[in-house]
Design a binder for this molecule. Sequence first.
Ligand code: GLC
Length: 476
Amino acid sequence: MKILFAASEAAPFFKSGGLGDVLEALPAELAKNKEDEITVILPLYKKIKGNTALALSFVTSFSMPSPLSEDYVGVFRLKWGKVNYLFIDNEYYFCRDGAPYGHGDDGARFVFFSHAILECLQHIGYYPDIIHLNDWQTAAVPVLLKAFYGALPAYERIRIVFTIHNIEYQGYMPYDFAANVMGLPCEYHDVMRYGDSVNLMKSAIMLADRVTTVSRTYAQELKYAYFSHGLDPIIKQNEYKLCGIVNGINTALYDPKRDKALPAPFSSTDMSGKAICKASLQEELGLPVRDDVPLIAMISRLVSHKGLELVECVLDDILSRDVQLVVLGTGDGKYEDMFRFAEYTHPDKMKAEIRFDSALASRIYAASDLFLMPSKSEPCGLSQLIAMRYGSIPIVRETGGLYDTVPALNTETLSGRGFTFQAFNAHHMLDAIDRAIAFFHDKKKCERHRRALVRYNSSWRASAEEYLTIYKSLLA
Ligand code: GLC
């Protein structure tokens, strides 16, 4: 099979969150099958174009008509491991300073990208069997395929899979966007519209051959208004083609035995390095070096849907316990300041590292005893998987992928994986934290459970097989 992944980001080229990790690991996992040819197509952002270490080679260029003008499209190529990468070049849209997203014309930029993906296929003579789209930035592909390429035989066979990584971002555009920016004939305007706007994600859900999301529970949750950000009627209408497939992590990359960022390696058969990691991090951050105090970590975007509201309510209570709390991440100024202030008032218990630093993240995963992730909603979540791989016991709210990957731990039998709570309620979270602290002091059991977590297989293999089954069923 020829499978083309399209997305707005993919590590190691550019990543702003979990989407970028998935677009690195899933294609690489699928490319292990000799009979499948895997390609990933991305915008050629300034950061990628300017990276001289990448040996990008120029493939072709052409101009593409748009309702506003004619646009230049350049196509570059790179082989990375077993995966082929294509990059769409247009300096006006993608070679900008600052973050690759968050520009006023993101709608037009990603519609251009989506159109260029389809247009370039005939220029390079490559026709995939499946185009696998990800999130709103590539959600214009299905409608553009139908409207502009439907009559071409080589395009007719292409099947579309659309994956929702987070339904919060849907690509809302003004009402006239379908005509004026996308240039769609009027018979396609209805499918683009939702309420008073154009909604790109809605159109992809309607038109894709299959829709997936990144955990089983999130696929169920999306049918409810609490989670759907307005799209529950569309989800319910298309439920017959929706399924949830949980994300994995790249277990070769996230491996406490091989991670170069750690002061001491460890594995499920020899956990002694973990204590060294803990002492070394306490020293690095200026916390008292103590092995008898539970070190709780949070590595997260500091925004309310990650459960920061709950932490805000009971931060003083948490810090009244004999614990150490280390927070790494950036986000809303309000939460950044809240943690900075807590560090000021509790210098021996709290460290607020308000930045993004992936080597420090590794050291924190490895050093921590407990990992707090109380999200309001969580499509899948990767941090809890990484935490477990580094022997840190998760404390999570029972939602989305957190529910699917962290079954409640039975502290008698040691079945399950972490401490969980159901309601989005600060005192329920505090109760889970207290249960986790008590478990930490049950030394023998805690140690046994940690080893089990490090051993737990969160690799991509099983989920990659599920995607293959979907692709095959679409081509049958
Ligand atoms: C989004 C979701 C996160 C998920 C990631 C990768 O960032 O918020 O839960 O793990 O996408 O699918």
